[in-house]
Design a protein around this ligand. Structure first.
Ligand code: PLP
Length: 359
């Protein structure tokens, strides 16, 4: 099959029965690798990465380490494994992590750090923007007392549910943690979104964290992959943990190449996703039957609540028109990404208005 036949097949796969392009708001993970990304990946040299012989993986790791201003980096298949290997590299069994109660490592990673690592998690209540308070961290650090777990690590996250965290506050938490012999891990699955939203250098946002996990398969649009950065020592431990967790991969330069392509081509365009999310939120907020918290629309996510609790009917109606949303209750999360264009958002708003019979 030549390239154009292959592209035609891909396009057909994307267009469902009713001929409308699917517009999928369930997550930014659903975006498809572009043809250019795939062609670039196909052109990169490969080797066995467990033998440390894949030049493309090495190039990606060096690139991300440089971008984040850290000495070393390690490629992982997923963000979950990268976070888990990081926590296991910072903590021993019986030690404790302080973490926000709605952060991904605590809520959405099957409690792997506890189940597999014997590391406990103490949660801090966060507000709706995911903000963690220094006072709560101070109060949660355990004394040197045999009754208590040994507090070892603070886990931060940015963005949290699309919300950008205040950098000064994160830095103050990290400074306090370090003064108290704790390490700091930052789950920066969408750190590039946070950087784009506040026009910050990503290295400044990573500076005080001892390790940072970045996802390439969300807003950056690769099929898979995350990168953990930190000191050489930390990354050496993380490499052993990655192997133990089954994440040592072979000719994985294919995926790493997608990451290199994404870093070169898909970072500057994140502001487009943010603009479309804002536009969508503004328009949907004019529909009386919907509650939309505009303050929470800071990057590529918006949350809507059908006031009549007709989530399922709304989801089904949109689905019939190839617009896909999640089924969360009470707030449905909608995420914009590189496969959603302005005209797709306009069509989405029209469909919402049709469903709610807004003239
Ligand atoms: C904040 C955050 N951290 C980590 C992850 C885990 O990434 P993965 O799905 O690649 O395991 C996600 C996934 O959505 C996430 O949103």
């Amino acid at each position: 099959m030549n390239q154009s036949q292959y592209s035609a097949m891909q396009q057909t796969a994307l267009v469902s029965n009713n001929g409308l392009k699917p517009v999928d708001y369930r997550s930014d993970t659903v975006s498809m690798p572009s043809e250019a990304m795939k062609l670039y990946a196909a052109s990169c040299p490969l080797g066995d990465d467990v033998f440390e012989e894949d030049p493309t993986v090495k190039a990606l790791e060096e690139k991300v380490a440089d971008l984040l201003g850290k000495p070393a980096a390690l490629f992982f298949p997923t963000g979950t494994q990268s976070n888990l290997a990081a926590v296991l590299s910072h903590c021993q069994r019986g030690e404790e992590v302080l973490i926000g109660d709605n952060y991904h490592i605590y809520r959405d990673e099957a409690r792997g750090v506890s189940v597999l690592g014997g590391v406990t998690m103490e949660t801090m209540t966060t507000d709706k923007t995911g903000r963690l308070l220094l006072e709560d961290i101070k109060a949660a650090i355990k004394p040197d007392d045999p009754h208590c777990a040994i507090t070892r690590l603070v886990c931060l996250e940015n963005t949290v549910s699309g919300c950008v965290q205040n950098q000064q506050e994160l830095d103050a938490i990290a400074d306090y943690a370090h003064k108290n012999n704790l390490s700091v891990h930052l789950d920066g699955a969408r750190l590039f979104n946070a950087a784009a939203a506040q026009e910050s250098a990503i290295s400044d946002m990573a500076k005080k964290a001892d390790s940072v996990s970045l996802c390439l398969s969300k807003g950056l649009g690769t099929p898979a992959g995350s990168v953990l950065v930190g000191s050489r020592d930390l990354i050496k431990r993380a490499k052993r943990n990655r192997k133990m967790l089954g994440g040592g991969m072979r000719q994985v330069g294919f995926l790493a190449a997608c990451g290199i392509y994404a870093l070169d081509n898909n970072v500057n365009r994140l502001v487009d996703d943010h603009r479309i999310a804002k536009q969508l939120a503004n328009e949907l907020s004019t529909i009386e039957q919907l509650e939309v918290d505009l303050d929470l629309v800071q990057t590529n996510m918006l949350f809507i609540r059908p006031r009549a609790n007709n989530h399922q009917q709304l989801q089904e109606f949109l689905g019939q028109h190839n617009v896909l949303i999640g089924g969360q209750v009470p707030f449905i999360r909608m995420v914009t990404h590189m496969d959603i264009l302005e005209e797709d958002a306009e069509r989405t708003v029209d469909l919402f208005k049709q469903f709610y019979q807004v003239k």
